[in-house]
Design a protein around this ligand. Structure first.
Ligand SMILES: [Zn+2]
Length: 149
């Protein structure tokens, strides 16, 4: 063994303060994977080494070439699909969505129909008026009008 290869790659001064996050994939084999993880593994044909949502995120990222967050995988397992087209493609979801055709114009509007009536809004409660009435009532109760003489 040569002198160079035994040299540590880092000097004692620049030793990393934090330990690397996470763990090597498939290291902890005593953990029972949850039903959700099993279902996802089956859906994507993932290997047995995958045990956590983080593993799934890493594996999907590696396979599809698009970084997938662990939260996205977790939400997907909980039945919440990603909205972005790229992420939907990663999860093998259809990217196109069914759009209602406008009954007025017979086409699909990109935004809302310009001919449609504005949405009915809930009637605003007149808080200021209510406060005025209340303060009047309170003032009246504190200083009752003097009885006629
Ligand atoms: Zn329309």
């Amino acid at each position: 063994m040569s002198e160079v290869s035994r040299k540590p790659t880092w000097q004692s001064g620049d030793k990393p303060k934090k330990r690397p996050r996470g763990r090597p994939m498939g290291r902890r084999i005593t953990v029972q994977a949850s039903e959700q993880i099993m279902a996802i593994k089956q859906r994507f044909g993932l290997t047995d080494a995958i045990l956590t949502f983080r593993d799934i995120a890493n594996e999907l990222s590696r396979r599809r070439g698009k970084r997938v967050g662990v939260g996205t995988v977790y939400r997907f397992a909980a039945g919440i699909e990603p909205q972005g087209a790229e992420l939907r493609a990663v999860f093998g979801l259809p990217v196109t969505v069914a759009m209602p055709v406008c009954s007025l114009h017979g086409v699909v509007h990109e935004k809302r129909c310009p001919g449609a009536e504005p949405k009915p809004r809930a009637k605003r409660r007149n808080w200021r008026g209510l406060a005025l009435v209340l303060s009047g009532v309170l003032a009246q109760a504190r200083n009752p009008p003097s009885p006629p003489q």
